[in-house]
Design a protein around this ligand. Structure first.
Ligand code: CAO
Length: 542
C-alpha cells in the first residue's frame, strides 16, 4: 500500500537559512534512499541532502535559491508506488549523501596554519576517501582538502586559508574526526604555479579506484571521459555529489566548464562535458600520439617525444610487426586501466620436477608427448580457479561475470611478438594432454599459424619465462581477465626445514591481479594455494 512521506532537511549542524544551490529531483522522478535531493551551500559549507525514502516524488517544496534549515520540507514521496525505472544518467548521478564543512584554521606560528576537521555533525572516525593536495601544492580558500565518507554521508572539507601546503597529516584511509589536523599551510608564501602535468598524471588511489564505464573492460577505444579523475576537484568548485559523479565517470573536473553560481560545476555541466567528449564535439584528453603508449588515446599525457635520433648517430627504422602493434595497444590499455598489483610466492617444486623428469624418461621409451612444467601449472591453476571463483571472472560494468568453464591462455614468445594461445577445458584434460596441446599451440604460434579461435575464450593466463630465466616479474593482466600468473626459472635454494637448511627446487611465482576484483588477501591465498598444489601435486586430485 502506498503512502506519502515528507522528506525534510535533517540536522545539518550550525547552519540556518542555507540556500538551495542544486535541485536534483522533480515531480514524477523515482528516487532511492540516499539519492541526493538538493545541495545546500552556506558561506562556509556545501551539503547534499539525501533522501531517506524510496518512491516517486509527488511534490517538490523548494526551488533553486530557497533558504532552508533543519526541518524544512523538501519533497513529498509516494512510497510503495511502482516507481518508473530511472534514466541511466539519473541513476549514476545519484550521489552519496554528502555534506561539507569548513576546516577550522589554527595558527601554529611562523606563518604555518593548521587546518583541522571542523564540526562535522554526528560523525567520528570517518575515513578519508579522497585527498586533493600534496606537500608543495598551493591552496586557496574553499579548495577541497579531503573527502570524508561515513556510512551515511560524504563530506568535502574545504580549506579556510590560502598558501602553500607544507605538511599533509592524513592519508587515504586515515580515520578522522572533529579537530583532526589535515594539513599545515604556510600562509603568505608566494605559491609557485602547480605543474599541470604532474597533477593530471597523479595515479589513482588504490583505496578508491575510478570505476570505469561498462565499455572499459572490453572496448579497445574507451571514451576520453576515462581519463583519470584524480586531481578532480582539487581546484574546482563542485558539490560532493558532483565530485562523486565525476569520480564514477572518471572525469577530471578541471576540464569541465562551470555554469553554476560562483563558477560552481553542476551536474548538467558534467553531463554536457561527457556528451561533448563522446560525440567528439569537445576534444577529449590529449592522446599519446605516437609511441603507441595508449592506442585508444585515453590518457591526458604529454605527446610522445619527437627526437631526431639521426642527429646523434646512425640509425635504422624498422616497422613494428602487426602482432606487436596489436599486443602493444592491448597491453597499454590494460596497464593504464587496471589497478593491478603483483604478488610473489615461492613454490617448492622439488618433488613435482623429479616426477616430471621420471615420467618423461619413461615416456621417451614409448615416444609420448614431453611433459612440461607449464602443463602442471595449468592443472594447478584450474584447481585454484575452482577454489577461488573470483579469479575465473571478468568485470562487466558493475557486474562480475563468473565463468563455469576453465580455459587457460599462455603467453608464447614468437619471432613476431607475443601471442596468447588458449587451451580449452583444461579441467577435463590430463597433464599429458595439456602438454601435447600447449606444445602444438606454441608451435603454431611460432609458425604464425594460430587462428583467432585458438586465441579466444581465455579465463586466466600463465606467462612462463622459466625456460629463459629471471627471478620475478610483474606480468600485465590480459583483460578482460582479472589475473595472470607469471613464472620464472626454478632454482635450488636453501630452505629451513625447522632443523636445518635443505636444498629445494624453488619456482618463483608472480601473480598480478585486478584490485577491483581481487584484493591482496585473496591474491595471496590463491598464490599460497598454487604453491601448495605444486609442492604436493597429489592435492590436485582431492
Ligand atoms: N624453470 C626452469 N626451467 C624451466 C622452466 C622453469 N620454470 N620452465 C621451463 N623450463 C625449461 C624446460 O624444462 C625446458 O628445458 P628442457 O628443454 O631441458 O626440457 C626449457 O626450459 C625450455 O622450455 P620452454 O620455455 O621452451 O617450454 P615451456 O613449455 O616451459 O614453455 C612457452 C612454452 C610457449 C610458454 C614458452 O616457450 C614461451 O614462449 N615462453 C615465453 C612467454 C613470454 O614471453 N612471457 C612474457 C610475456 S610478457 O612480456
Amino acid at each position: 500500500m502506498s503512502q506519502i512521506i515528507e522528506v525534510k532537511v535533517p540536522d545539518i549542524g550550525d547552519f540556518e537559512s542555507v540556500p538551495v544551490i542544486e535541485l536534483f529531483v522533480k515531480v514524477g522522478d523515482s528516487i532511492k534512499v540516499d539519492d541526493a535531493i538538493v545541495t545546500l551551500e552556506s558561506d562556509k559549507a556545501t551539503m547534499d541532502v539525501p533522501s531517506t525514502v524510496a518512491g516517486v516524488v509527488t511534490e517538490v517544496l523548494v526551488q533553486l535559491g530557497s533558504k532552508v534549515g533543519e526541518g524544512a520540507l523538501l519533497i513529498k514521496v509516494e512510497t510503495g508506488a511502482a516507481a518508473a525505472a530511472p534514466a541511466p544518467v539519473a541513476q549514476t548521478a545519484a550521489p552519496a549523501p554528502a555534506a561539507a564543512a569548513v576546516a577550522a584554521p589554527a595558527a601554529t606560528g611562523g606563518g604555518l596554519v593548521e587546518v583541522k576537521v571542523p564540526d562535522i555533525g554526528d560523525f567520528a572516525e570517518v575515513p578519508v576517501i579522497d585527498l586533493f593536495f600534496k606537500v608543495g601544492d598551493s591552496i586557496k580558500v574553499d579548495d577541497a582538502i579531503a573527502t570524508l565518507e561515513s556510512d551515511k554521508a560524504t563530506m568535502d572539507v574545504p580549506s579556510t586559508v590560502a598558501g602553500i601546503v607544507r605538511e599533509v597529516l592524513v592519508q587515504l584511509g586515515s580515520k578522522v574526526g572533529e579537530g583532526t589536523v589535515l594539513i599545515k599551510v604556510e600562509t603568505g608564501a608566494s605559491a609557485p604555479a602547480a605543474a599541470p602535468v604532474a597533477q593530471a598524471a597523479a595515479p589513482a588511489p588504490v583505496a578508491a579506484p575510478v570505476s570505469a564505464p561498462k565499455a572499459a573492460s572490453t572496448a579497445a577505444v574507451a571514451p576520453a571521459a576515462l581519463a583519470p579523475a584524480l586531481s578532480a576537484g582539487a581546484k574546482v568548485h563542485a558539490s560532493p555529489s558532483v565530485r562523486a559523479y565525476a569520480r564514477e565517470l572518471g572525469v577530471d573536473l578541471n576540464k569541465v566548464q562551470a555554469t553554476g553560481p560562483k563558477s560552481r560545476i553542476v551536474k548538467e555541466d558534467l553531463i554536457k562535458y561527457v556528451k561533448g567528449v563522446m560525440s567528439g564535439a569537445i576534444s577529449g584528453p590529449v592522446a599519446a600520439t605516437s609511441g603507441g603508449v595508449v592506442g585508444g588515446g585515453v590518457l591526458d599525457l604529454l605527446p610522445w617525444p619527437k627526437v631526431d635520433f639521426a642527429k646523434f648517430g646512425e640509425i635504422e627504422v624498422k616497422p613494428l610487426s602487426r602482432i606487436k602493434k596489436i599486443s602493444g595497444q592491448n597491453l597499454s590499455r590494460n596497464w593504464v586501466m587496471i589497478p593491478a598489483v603483483t604478488y610473489h610466492e615461492d613454490a617448492d617444486i622439488t618433488d613435482i620436477e623429479a616426477f616430471r623428469v621420471l615420467l618423461n624418461r619413461e615416456n621417451e621409451k614409448g615416444g609420448g608427448a614431453k611433459l612440461t612444467m607449464l602443463a602442471f601449472l595449468m592443472k594447478a591453476c584450474v584447481k585454484g580457479l575452482q577454489k577461488f571463483p573470483e579469479f575465473n571472472a571478468s568485470l562487466d560494468g558493475d557486474n562480475l561475470v563468473l565463468k563455469k568453464y576453465f580455459n587457460i591462455g599462455f603467453a608464447a614468445d614468437t619471432p613476431n611478438g607475443l601471442v596468447v594461445p588458449v587451451v580449452k577445458n583444461v579441467d577435463k584434460k590430463s597433464v599429458f594432454e595439456l602438454a601435447q596441446e600447449s606444445g602444438d599451440l606454441a608451435k603454431q604460434a611460432r609458425d604464425g599459424k594460430l587462428k583467432p579461435a585458438d586465441m579466444s575464450g581465455s579465463c586466466f593466463t600463465i606467462s612462463s619465462l622459466g625456460g629463459i630465466g629471471g627471478t620475478y616479474f610483474a606480468p600485465i593482466v590480459n583483460a578482460p581477465e582479472v589475473a595472470i600468473l607469471g613464472v620464472n626459472k626454478s632454482a635450488m635454494k636453501p630452505v629451513w626445514d625447522g632443523k636445518q637448511f635443505v636444498p629445494r627446487l624453488t619456482l618463483p611465482l608472480s601473480l598480478t591481479a585486478d584490485h577491483r576484483v581481487i584484493d591482496g588477501a585473496l591474491a595471496t591465498r590463491f598464490n599460497v594455494y598454487i604453491a601448495q598444489l605444486l609442492a604436493d601435486f597429489r592435492r590436485v586430485a582431492l
